[in-house]
Design a protein around this ligand. Structure first.
Ligand code: UDP
Ligand code: MG
Length: 315
């Protein structure tokens, strides 16, 4: 592991407005720690000038490294690539947009030195984010907590420090649809937290549109829980019982009350409800099958176009 003490992993996707400032703030904090470190930027297929800016920084600062993806593979995969190539004894994952203040890193390091293998940042407040983002996030974390068997802490993002041991554990997991913070929780070890206030995005807009949020949430839930499948069984059973009870009622009505209501409406609506439920359940099953399919194809998680400032002979 050579002699790098800290690796800071920063995924960037169309962050030309922030990447330079982000670098400067990270550098300032890391220089203040007085130990060797590397800053690894993962360019996740940006279409703007992000890559050029990081390359320029790399030219002047050998502690800064770049992993340039062949296209956009997504935030969680970018983090994974950073962990794969990080050499430090402690690895810190942080967003590029300065919503996670770099100044919290020394506190995380202190905790790590106390003997914690995972130190996650717990946000006490989220500034400058839309009501929609906050409410969906709040519901998501609580729902996830209920749905999964792994104890994934509430209101915790990917901003965290992990020990080399945990990083090696992450590298041994080859899941394709990854929910990194869930995997870290799953791994166990000694976990602690540091509280912080989540700042406003320094510049630019969120790179997580609703479509990515949905993918993220469904990876999180299906990756760590079979409960949606059980819900299907539960709903199916409940509805069958209700249907059966209704059938008995109809027979009784015909025999003793003189005929049933000759209505289209009721039968059509029941038909629709049942078909709807069947399709929803098929969809849930499909989500899992899709993921089994992804795993069985066994494609690499990401493809790298170029690496800058990395030593040779590491893949
Ligand atoms: N990001 C990425 N690939 C993506 C989307 C986002 O690498 O496909 C990066 C982005 O550049 C940022 C971090 O992931 O450093 C978090 O994204 P963002 O701040 O847009 O998410 P939010 O804070 O709004 O949830
Ligand atoms: Mg952000």
């Amino acid at each position: 592991m050579a002699n790098i003490k800290y690796s800071v992993v920063v995924p960037v996707f169309n962050e030309e407005e922030v990447v330079q400032v982000s670098y400067q703030r990270l550098k300032k904090v890391m220089d203040g720690i007085n130990d060797s470190y590397e800053l690894i930027f993962i360019n996740d297929g940006s279409k703007d000038k992000t890559c050029g800016i990081v390359k320029e920084i790399c030219g002047q600062d050998k502690n800064t490294k770049l992993i340039d993806f062949s296209r956009n593979f997504g935030h969680q995969i970018a983090i994974t690539a950073g962990m794969d190539l990080a050499e430090g004894e402690a690895i810190i994952v942080i967003d590029a947009d300065l919503q996670d203040p770099p100044e919290v890193i020394p506190k995380m390091i202190d905790k790590w030195k106390e003997g914690f293998d995972v130190v996650y940042g717990k946000r006490t407040k989220r500034k400058g984010e839309s009501f929609f983002k906050k409410i969906t996030a709040a519901i998501f974390y609580r729902f996830l907590h209920k749905m999964t068997n792994v104890n994934i802490p509430v209101d915790v993002g990917d901003f965290r420090l992990i020990d080399r041991k945990v990083c090696e554990a992450m590298k041994s997991i080859h899941e394709k649809n990854r929910f990194v913070r869930g995997l870290v929780s799953w791994a166990g070890f000694n976990q602690g937290s540091v509280e912080y206030v989540r700042e406003e995005r320094f510049a630019g807009v969120t790179k997580y549109p609703l479509s990515k949020m949905i993918k993220f949430a469904s990876d999180a839930i299906t990756g760590f829980s079979y409960k949606p499948l059980k819900i299907a069984t539960f709903l199916g059973t409940l509805i069958s019982i209700a249907g059966f009870a209704y059938l008995i009622w109809v027979i009784y009505e015909t025999l003793f009350l003189g005929g049933t209501n000759p209505g289209w409406a009721s039968s059509i609506s029941i038909n629709l409800i049942f078909n709807g439920i069947t399709l929803i359940i098929l969809g849930i099953i499909g989500e899992y099958i899709g993921r089994i399919y992804d795993e069985s194809k066994d494609r690499p998680l990401y493809l790298i176009k170029e690496k800058v400032n990395f030593k040779e002979k590491k893949n």
